[in-house]
Unconditional design. Structure first.
Length: 412
């Protein structure tokens, strides 16, 4: 294990030296002016798996049993196929919105595989692979995307805003970065309760420009909350490239400024992501302090179904990064180990495409949630004010039924 990957223990921030060092700074003193260079901290990237499916010289594969390795692969392939089908469904007008994680499947699936199933996951909106790995079914995905009456969220969220209490996956929120301070608070609660689980919080490098990022990391560092901050640095915040977002060395270096440890990893490398997350979780639990993991994985698709990346990046750039496709690279590694048969894999992939299409058709047959469910979870019993507002809403829909075709027929 290289020195930069080895996590070091540091004394607890218990305030014991507050009297002698109230400013909490390094005690070193110099007598000539010295500026610290902007690029003084240069963080390397952990990469284990080459594009041909073999390991880099000097690299070691993490301990992965066959079943876990194949589950990671199957989850990645599932999400790739789901993304392709549902983007097409959005173009056909069958759903309103969609976001792919094309090129980032390894970052989300392999990191989830390195966690305990009861660790809390707080996601942004491109981590459906983590949810699939934990067991979210094809039917559950479709019900959420179609916002039908079987949707766990009762049709109240946009598509791809998943959540599952049973799978310890916090419901996704649209406002960017809100999950970061929430993760710090939730993890601190885990610590106070003496739990042996942690929280992992996903976000993109664009969200790291939000104020919530800085507040959340500082809170976690000061309180020594057991949380992994997992940044997917995919190169673009919608259409804004990373070099127009920040000047420093990515996002990982910011963790050091907040007094926490960090590691950068090739986010298209399943083995590297798994190992970095495994080590980070071990550190978080043993030392009860936060860690930041930065995964570098290019976003091969558009930001969302509302975006056209051809307006801000070239085809040549995309093709160069497409050669590092995480699924193709990992598939070769599995074949080298004789854990994956190419012919059987193609049959399973074709069958999955058909299953996804059939599941979409089935989910479309269910109606939207009844309007009465709109106020059902605010209080144990809806208050008179809420009931009055619901009746006013129904009256409005009855007056303008053509504007609410999906709801007008289900008011009683």
């Amino acid at each position: 294990m290289s020195a930069w990957l080895r996590f070091q223990h540091r004394p607890a921030n218990d305030g014991s030296d507050a009297m002698t060092n109230p400013s909490n700074t390094t005690a070193l003193t110099v007598h000539q002016a010295q500026f610290t260079a902007a690029q003084a901290l240069s963080i390397p990237t952990l990469s284990i798996l080459q594009e041909d499916g073999t390991l880099f010289a000097g690299a070691s594969s993490p301990v992965l049993d066959r079943d876990t390795a194949l589950k990671i692969y199957e989850s990645m392939v599932f999400i790739r196929i789901l993304d392709e089908r549902m983007l097409a469904a959005q173009r056909q007008g069958r759903i309103s919105f969609y976001m792919q994680c094309l090129g980032e499947e390894a970052s989300t699936v392999a990191s989830a595989a390195a966690l305990d199933r009861k660790d809390m996951i707080m996601a942004q909106y491109r981590e459906q692979g983590a949810l699939r790995y934990r067991g979210f079914s094809l039917t559950q995905f479709m019900n959420q995307l179609l916002s039908n009456e079987l949707d766990l969220g009762k049709g109240r969220q946009m598509p791809v805003h998943y959540g599952s209490r049973d799978l310890h996956f916090m419901t996704i929120s649209s406002p960017l970065g809100t999950q970061i301070p929430q993760a710090s608070g939730y993890a601190y609660g885990q610590k106070l309760r003496g739990e042996s689980n942690i929280t992992l919080c996903y976000f993109g490098e664009g969200a790291a420009s939000e104020g919530d990022f800085h507040a959340g990391l500082n809170m976690a560092a000061v309180l020594q909350a057991p949380v992994i901050f997992f940044c997917r640095n995919n190169g673009y915040a919608i259409s804004t490239p990373a070099n127009e977002q920040f000047i420093g060395d990515g996002i990982a270096c910011r963790a050091v400024g907040y007094g926490m440890q960090a590691i950068r990893v090739d986010g298209a490398d399943v083995l590297a992501v798994y190992e970095a997350t495994r080590l980070a979780r071990k550190l978080v639990l043993e030392q009860q302090e936060p860690v930041l993991v930065e995964a570098i994985a290019y976003r091969l698709g558009a930001h969302s179904s509302s975006d056209d990346p051809s307006g801000y990046r070239s085809r040549e750039e995309e093709e160069r990064w497409r050669k590092q496709d995480p699924i193709a690279r990992y598939r070769l590694w599995l074949q080298h180990k004789d854990w994956l048969d190419e012919a059987a894999d193609q049959i399973a992939t074709d069958a999955l495409r058909q299953e996804v299409l059939e599941a979409l058709k089935e989910a479309e047959q269910f109606p939207k949630p009844h309007i009465d469910t709109l106020i059902g979870d605010v209080y144990a019993e809806p208050t008179p004010a809420l009931r009055e507002q619901l009746e006013q809403l129904k009256a409005h829909i009855r007056q303008y039924p053509d504007a609410y075709p999906l709801t007008a027929g289900r008011l009683e």
